[in-house]
Design a protein around this ligand. Structure first.
Ligand code: CA
Length: 524
């Protein structure tokens, strides 16, 4: 058989080409494996309505949160962490998209989150395994997650239903314990060839504050000091005066504080067996004491405040213990070193300040949210960050940790540069832009937008109650003294309005732009 030299050369070329392709595939494969092994896992825990004032590392002397404190001590605490729209669903929509509510479309609770680009979809393209377990509350099933097991809507504290990849099942037990079990089960069964990004959505510490049975009465021996603004008269703040969220008038004795709750309706209707007995015993005794006291007026408001604090902090204690279990799991499985742990709440919460519970306002207690983060090898233990972090930054930060490209239309920025010398030399934002919408239900908080700088806060209320408010946070940290009408502040107000307008334009908030322009002709 005669083979021409031309044919030999052709075969050789083919061989070389095949070898090149094979070696390229092999190279790419080993590169992917290598980078997968090195890329950190991300565990993002988002609780609900957990007030920073009630967390140890944020200064609480009473709350028991050793595990949240541990994340901060082994990593960083953000001491100026804010949200863009202080309610549950909108905060989670912002987490997913890295965008303000007016761009992701989820402005108020009980809406339906429309499918759109989100951070988990980018992570999936980067070969991350993605999952969401627990509360999501976005009115549609999660997209971009390889696995999900979520509470329908708000979910129940006891024996809750869960939707696992589309199928609903009732799971016996206390919700926070169940979420921890589902979390560790998923971590056990996950695809271990890929790094993971897991969001744990906690129901606690949402209204109506039901603790695990072992924590019932955990704070009964504590007399909580009444906040100095508890009997606020809302002078000079007409939107605040119009509120429907006081502990005194709005908080329900039966529904919220479980006084004479009949167990067939209301917050703990799903209790069974020992759960039911423990709740009946505990709140039965309190209901009896309540009847004997025969309270009214200020003394009733003060009594409700004590009961609120006790139930809330007991629920937070159950939450913190479960966070400890998840941290222990990471330790025991050798995952702690290569897993970034972030703990946030979806927003802040009022613990009696201004007489309130709930959130929504651009005032400090609800504008701020706790945010602690542990990243071994990158964040020095005991780091504190004072630069302004906003919840639009959460998605870009997660993507940056994963080494994935942050989409250009995300409005936040990665927080990782702040860990170089605590961010001292990093150029950063000097103001936070805020916009709240939901009105009038459930708490009659007028829609508003505004900016917070290191010293001032300027707010435009534009609903039924139209007003501007200006606070000097240095002189008046409790925001009681609205300075907007004081003529000596005209220059400060003009400068702040310019800064506000720049923020409105920067974040493409067309609705706010129209209102802002119109408001210049409003009586002040
Ligand atoms: Ca919330």
């Amino acid at each position: 058989m005669i083979i021409s030299s031309k044919a030999i050369m052709k075969n050789l070329y083919c061989c070389f080409f095949c070898m090149f392709i094979l070696s390229y595939i092999n190279f790419s494969y080993s590169q992917t494996n290598q980078s997968s092994a090195n890329r950190p896992n991300i565990l993002f825990i988002i609780s609900d309505d957990h007030a920073y004032q009630e967390i140890g590392v944020y200064g609480s002397k009473i709350a028991k949160t050793p595990n949240i404190d541990r994340i901060a001590k082994e990593g960083a605490i953000f001491r100026n962490s804010f949200v863009t729209n202080s309610i549950c669903g909108p905060s989670r929509a912002t987490l997913l998209t890295g965008k303000y509510s007016h761009l992701n479309g989820y402005k108020a609770n009980e809406g339906k989150f429309v499918d759109q680009p989100t951070f988990p979809k980018v992570l999936q393209q980067s070969n991350y395994q993605t999952a969401w377990i627990g509360k999501m509350h976005l009115g549609s099933l999660p997209k971009g997650f390889d696995y999900f097991n979520i509470l329908p809507g708000q979910g129940m504290y006891y024996n809750p239903d869960f939707i696992e990849n589309g199928d609903t099942t009732r799971i016996e037990g206390y919700v926070t314990n169940v979420i921890t079990k589902l979390t560790t089960d998923w971590l056990d069964k996950r695809d271990k060839t890929k790094p993971f990004c897991l969001v744990v959505g906690e129901k606690a510490t949402h209204r109506e504050w039901l603790p695990d049975i072992q924590d019932l009465g955990a704070f009964d021996n504590v007399e909580f000091p009444l906040p100095s603004t508890f009997f606020d008269d809302y002078k000079g703040r007409i939107a605040a005066a119009n509120n429907d969220m006081t502990i005194d008038k709005t908080m329900l004795l039966k529904g919220d504080l479980k006084i004479h709750n009949d167990n067939t309706t209301g917050v703990y209707r799903r209790l069974t067996g020992n759960q039911k007995k423990a709740y009946e015993d505990y709140y039965g005794k309190i209901s009896k004491e309540f009847d004997e006291k025969n309270l009214s007026g200020e003394s009733l408001a003060k009594w409700k405040y004590q009961r609120y604090m006790r139930d809330y902090l007991s629920t937070a204690k159950s939450l913190d213990r479960n966070i400890g279990h998840i941290l222990d799991y990471l330790d025991n499985k050798g995952l702690a070193k290569n897993t970034v742990v972030i703990y946030v709440s979806d927003q802040g919460f009022y613990m009696g300040e201004h007489g309130w519970f709930d959130k929504r306002w651009m005032y400090e207690e609800s504008l701020r949210t706790p945010f602690v983060m542990r990243y071994p090898g990158v964040i020095k233990p005991g780091t504190f960050i004072d630069k302004f972090a906003v919840n639009i930054d959460w998605a870009p930060t997660i993507l940056d940790i994963a080494g994935a490209k942050v989409p250009q239309d995300m409005q936040g920025v990665s927080l990782l540069p702040l860990f170089n010398s605590n961010g001292k030399n990093t150029a950063w934002r000097n103001e936070v832009y805020y916009h709240y919408y939901e009105y009038p239900r459930p708490h009659r908080v007028s829609p508003h937008f505004g900016i917070r700088t290191d010293r001032y806060k300027l707010i435009c209320f534009y609903g039924e109650k139209k007003a501007w408010e200006l606070f000097d946070l240095q002189k008046d940290p409790r925001e009681l003294n609205n300075l907007y009408d004081k003529t000596e502040n005209a220059k400060t107000i003009a400068q702040l309005k310019e800064r506000l307008l720049r923020q409105i334009k920067k974040y493409n908030d067309d609705e706010a732009l129209q209102i802002f322009e119109k408001s210049q002709s409003l009586p002040t």
